[in-house]
Design a protein around this ligand. Structure first.
Ligand code: ADP
Ligand code: MG
Length: 458
């Protein structure tokens, strides 16, 4: 293992300077995932990296651990440039990532093999860890014989086996049921707080606000498209934390406000530091639309209308059993259509939103149809369809256009969402058999109505 000489800055483990990551799609635009991330992580810190799905948390974690390189910017570990997988960092994945053909003990030992430790030492160390993490008796079992929670214990033991200075975890609790997750969280905290493991710092990637506030002493909040640091807060609550205490609830609420905040909060970024990097700006991108589904937006508006047209987002989220990650696209969609406004963690219906909540289906369709006219993505689809004599176009065609602006997966999500709203508004339709998107009869110029030429028989 590479020996890392003591530096005067021993306290600072990670330093990121202007880290930017773009993906190049062959023959297409660059897509910027991470933008100018500057960040230090010190020994003794338990840091939560909080951001919505698809914001780039895993990408950032991979860069920090040296599994992936930034497109621009610098990554230092104890003052040394990171140029490959960092032997001082270990990773726990959401998906457990165990080898099915190896026993539990062999899976745990694996990290030590890579580290070149002697066989007898490996065995001794792994047995200790298996015990520490609550798996004694399962040494010779295979992963498929274990429950999800136990498999994740193996994931932890394997990461801890190498005595990492930096323990990185990528949503390690999100595949587990609530109780199992809660147990593991507490046990991990216990190992950390009681110094039962030699880990110097922990970096937890999560999209759960409560999880971040429960576990970490510092929370870094990432925005999306591209990911930037919008806040960096310390969590001053003593351990063990009580989720029901007023301080806990208040803190969750204030993080909620930041996460659901608008761009004016994003202006309050720390001043840019670090190298002057000449990361080129990307070309103009089609504005992405949020993924709120018609039925969710309607449901939310009705609920808020019932509450006097205004309610606390955090409360709405917990009543609807929605994580902020799932709630945000819904509120963002309501905002895009000028049906609601989000401010300081509260959602308030606009006049139009109140009208929508009271309206019958055909009136709702009319309202949305009006609003869609101002959204560039719908404009584009409608314009293309209108200009075709048969008013139909393969879905693939729109995929291709969107892939100029978004990653393949994001393009697909954008188009699916657009089609969902376009159908609701009866602006255009999609036929899954022929995979054609076509303009609704009502949307054609009057003299064309009655013609069948746009139908899928084309
Ligand atoms: P998170 O972990 O926050 O959910 P990720 O870091 O996995 O987000 O991904 C961030 C964005 O980067 C997503 O939009 C994803 O589609 C995109 N992305 C990730 N890896 C690649 C890749 N190899 N090529 C193109 N886009 C990618
Ligand atoms: Mg991820």
């Amino acid at each position: 293992m590479a020996h890392i000489p003591p530096y005067e800055e021993t306290d600072r483990l990670i330093r990121l300077l202007g880290v930017t990551k773009t993906y190049t799609q062959p023959g297409k635009y660059d897509i910027r995932i991470l933008d100018d991330i500057t960040l230090d992580i010190h020994s003794g810190e338990f840091v939560a990296l909080l951001g919505p799905s698809g914001s780039g948390k895993s990408t950032l974690l991979r860069i920090i651990t040296g599994l992936s390189r930034p497109s621009y910017g610098t990554v230092l570990y104890r003052g040394h440039p990171v140029t490959g997988p960092n032997p001082q960092a270990a990773m726990v994945f959401q998906s457990f990532a165990l080898y099915p053909w190896l026993t539990i003990l062999q899976n745990v030992e694996l990290g030590l093999v890579a580290k070149g430790e002697a066989r007898s030492l490996r065995r001794e160390k792994s047995l200790k860890l298996v015990d520490l993490i609550g798996l004694s008796g399962y040494e010779d079992a295979f992963p498929k014989e274990l429950s999800g929670g136990m498999r994740q214990r193996v994931g932890f033991a394997r990461a801890l086996a190498v005595d990492p200075e930096l323990l990185c975890m990528d949503e390690p609790f999100s595949a587990l049921d609530f109780l199992t997750a809660e147990n593991l969280r507490s046990e991990l905290l216990d190992l950390w707080l009681e110094s039962k493991i030699p880990t110097r710092a922990i970096l937890l990637v999560t999209h759960g606000i409560e999880e971040a506030v429960f576990m970490a002493d510092r929370i870094i909040i990432l925005s999306k498209n591209p990911a930037r640091i919008t806040a960096d807060l310390s969590v001053p609550l003593p351990y063990p934390r009580n989720r029901k205490s007023q301080e806990f609830i208040d803190l969750v609420d204030s993080v909620y406000k930041i996460v659901t905040g608008r761009n004016d909060e994003q202006e309050a970024l720390p001043p840019k530091t670090g190298d002057e990097l000449n990361a080129p700006r990307d070309r103009v991108r089609l504005a992405p639309i949020p993924y709120g589904h018609v039925s969710m937006v309607s449901g939310l508006l009705e609920l808020v209308a019932d509450r006097g047209n205004r309610d606390d987002l955090y409360r709405l989220g917990s009543e609807l059993f929605l994580e902020v990650d799932d709630l945000l696209p819904v509120t963002e969609t309501a905002e895009l259509f000028h049906l609601a406004e989000v401010k300081e963690g509260d959602l308030t219906l606009t006049g139009l939103g109140q009208q929508f909540a009271d309206a019958d289906v055909s009136e709702r369709k009319r309202i949305i149809r009006e609003q869609l006219k101002d959204v560039p993505l719908f404009n584009l689809i409608e314009r293309v369809l209108r200009n075709k004599t048969n008013h139909a176009m393969p879905k693939e065609f729109f995929n291709d256009i969107l892939e100029e602006h978004f990653s393949v997966a994001e393009a697909e999500r954008q188009l699916t969402t657009a089609i969902n709203w376009g159908r609701f508004a009866e602006l255009f339709h999609y036929d899954p058999d022929s995979e054609l998107v076509y303009l609704s009869p009502d949307q054609k110029t009057p003299d064309e109505n009655g013609s069948d030429s746009y139908k899928k028989s084309e």
